[in-house]
Design a protein around this ligand. Structure first.
Ligand SMILES: Cc1cc2nc3c(=O)[nH]c(=O)nc-3n(C[C@H](O)[C@H](O)[C@H](O)COP(=O)(O)OP(=O)(O)OC[C@H]3O[C@@H](n4cnc5c(N)ncnc54)[C@H](O)[C@@H]3O)c2cc1C
Length: 437
């Protein structure tokens, strides 16, 4: 049985490896070097387009825990990352060239994988995994649009930071939607005039991520980065995302001078989104400037804000929990295009797509990893969050029943569960490879 994978990035290669090790023949299309994206610069598979850090390696951190889960599931990319790592403190930092070179060699030498250096212009027949990433070629984007519907394919991200609710200083904030005092969907973070002035001055001179050729986004007026709005004048934010109308501070019983509203992001209220604060500030500047808002002095950022080009689909509407297209079940999606954000998250969704295709071809049910594992929680998020779906990094706020106080047992439980899930998936698999050899 043959599977075609389009896109030899992080997700496509992980999916190809997972299928090959289960004995399937894989045809992997990668358009580089004949046609490149605006961000890739080498001919190698699985190129890291920006940072050479795969973030924290500590299992007490969600980024570290998801890597450990991937290790235990036999991820090729995390294994090569470990082998090519260089000193980077608590983070898994790799020698980017050796990392991609070694992966390319391993795929080229894999007898089950045929690598074709060609841009896919159409969706082939048979079982297909689409893993063309945030910078999917224009011609292929049109094809994806045909199978998903124009309204379900997005081309850029303008996302606001998400805060760990336990890090919000509630002695300096209050609940309530505009004109509705007791509504708990929002937390309001008030600023006095002096506090606002300090915040504003730092915001307009904060460092931004440099604009690159591929990131010249035509900003939509309704979705302008907070610093761009601020640049239009000191009052602009007071009539926009920081307007205080309809809000009364519980303590002073007065309308604040300015307010940042935080909107609840999940059912349990563990994550709150900074409403209207999409931004291009660097991550360090987001921490520095946004912590000037009194209620956020000790804010922990689950996700940083960003505005960049990103092709992704409306997964909650289009995919089932095995990343399979509901409208045409022979087609699967993997990687950043499914609405995850980040290198390791993309690898995880490549691994899941590979296992899901295996189950589909064996006519066995695909059971997703439990929601209290990082991979299971991320998969659940991208396939179920219907309201205002936006790309997401892994963070503990996604994990079912996460409790900061009991982090150690959450971690142990996740790792035990991923091991059990692996066994369950392996047990229900016919090992085609051993049959073939
Ligand atoms: C500019 C930029 C910087 C980023 N920086 C970071 C960062 O520092 N840290 C982080 O964690 N995440 C970062 N990301 C987010 C994301 O994690 C990476 O983009 C990641 O590489 C996504 O993995 P992927 O496999 O989904 O896509 P990719 O790794 O981009 O792989 C997709 C592959 O598909 C190929 N392709 C596209 N169209 C076709 C076609 N029609 N036919 C054949 N091949 C095709 C591409 O050439 C590419 O090789 C960044 C994203 C962008 C756009």
């Amino acid at each position: 049985m043959e599977v075609t994978i389009i896109g030899g990035g992080l997700a496509g290669v992980e999916a190809a490896y997972q299928l090959a090790r289960r004995g399937y023949g894989v045809t992997l299309f990668e358009m580089r070097p004949h046609r490149s994206t605006p961000a890739h610069t080498t001919p190698y598979l699985s190129e890291l387009v920006c940072s050479n850090s795969l973030k924290s390696n500590e299992i007490s951190n969600a980024h570290g825990l998801i890597k450990e889960e991937l290790r235990r599931l036999g991820s090729l990319l995390i294994r090569v990352a470990d082998e090519t790592s260089i000193p980077g403190g608590k983070a898994l930092v790799v020698d980017r060239k050796t990392f991609s070179q070694r992966i390319t060699e391993s795929i080229k030498n894999n007898p089950f994988i045929r690598l074709i250096r060609e841009e896919a212009l159409d969706i082939p027949s048979g079982v297909v995994i689409i893993a063309t990433g945030p910078l999917t070629s224009d011609a292929f984007s049109k094809k994806i649009k045909e199978i998903t519907g124009e309204e379900n394919l997005f081309f850029y991200d303008a996302i606001s930071p998400i805060i760990d609710s336990t890090s919000i200083d509630m002695s300096k904030a209050f609940y309530g939607a505009r004109y509705m005092e007791r509504k708990e969907d929002y937390i309001n973070c008030p600023l006095t005039e002096d506090e606002y002035n300090i915040f504003y001055d730092e915001l307009i001179r904060a460092k931004q991520v440099p604009v690159r050729g591929f990131d010249t986004i035509p900003y939509f007026e309704g979705c302008l980065p907070i610093e761009v709005l601020a640049g239009r004048g000191k009052e602009t934010l007071l009539y926009g995302p920081m307007k205080p109308v309809g809000l009364k501070d519980i303590q002073s019983q007065k309308r604040p001078y300015a307010v940042l509203q935080l909107r609840r992001e999940d059912e349990t209220g563990s994550m709150y989104n900074m409403v209207g604060f999409q931004t291009r500030l660097t991550y360090t500047e987001q921490e520095r400037v946004f912590r000037l808002i009194p209620a956020l002095r000790r804010a922990v950022f689950f996700r940083y804000g960003s505005v960049h080009r990103n092709t992704y689909i409306n997964s909650p509407l289009l995919l089932n929990n095995g990343l399979q297209l509901l409208r045409d079940i022979r087609i699967f999606f993997a990687g950043q295009i499914t609405g995850v954000e980040g290198y390791v998250e993309s690898i995880a969704m490549g691994l899941i797509a590979g296992i899901s295709v295996d189950k589909y071809l064996q006519k066995k049910p695909f059971i997703p990893p439990p929601e209290h594992t990082c991979i299971g929680a991320l998969l659940k998020y991208i396939t179920t969050v219907r309201h205002n779906f936006q790309p997401m990094n892994i963070n503990f706020g996604l994990i079912k029943n996460y409790s900061k106080k009991e982090k150690a047992s959450v971690v142990t439980h996740a790792l035990e569960s991923i091991a059990k899930w692996k066994k369950m998936m392996d047990d229900s698999s016919i090992n085609r490879r051993s049959r073939l050899s």
